[in-house]
Design a protein around this ligand. Structure first.
Ligand SMILES: [Cu+2]
Length: 149
């Protein structure tokens, strides 16, 4: 989880300092610790602060195999590592089956997915998954004007 560890250590010190006192004071200490912990958690950046750079190669994009790269950074521009992600590619018109693919983290915070686009036109690439913090991630990216071979 993306906790502030110094906050947690502070909470732990509270628990320790109350250990030898009466039960009621210890309970109070634990309550204070939990409040501190919740307060610290609330400072963690919301999922919306996550930035995702989307890149498709080769360019221009043609029907056939393509590589889609997603670079994930947090609000402080740090790499977001350890996410478990998959991709889904859909055309914008009705009547076609989606194409699914796995996503591998090639470098810290840089994720790669190999997709096979089997028709020219406009596609939408969806990125699904879970961050290492347990937060759900759902984003979509437009991939317009995929050219015929
Ligand atoms: Cu189509």
């Amino acid at each position: 989880m993306s906790l502030n560890w110094s906050c947690l250590l502070g909470a732990e010190k509270h628990i320790r300092s109350f250990r030898n006192k009466s039960f009621h004071i210890r309970t109070l200490g634990a309550a204070v610790s939990i409040l501190l912990w919740i307060g610290c958690n609330r400072q963690a950046a919301p999922p919306s602060a996550l930035a995702i750079a989307f890149e498709v190669t080769p360019q221009p994009v043609h029907v056939g195999p393509v590589t889609v790269d997603f670079t994930l950074t947090d609000a402080a521009s740090r790499s977001v590592t350890g996410a478990h992600l998959t991709t889904e590619a859909d055309m914008t018109h009705a009547g076609m089956s989606p194409v699914f693919a796995t996503v591998d983290e090639r470098q810290p915070g840089r994720y790669e997915s190999a997709l096979k686009l089997d028709m020219a036109g406009d596609w939408v690439i969806q990125l699904h998954g879970t961050l290492s913090t347990g937060e759900k991630l759902e984003r979509q990216f437009e991939l317009r004007n995929v050219r015929p071979n």
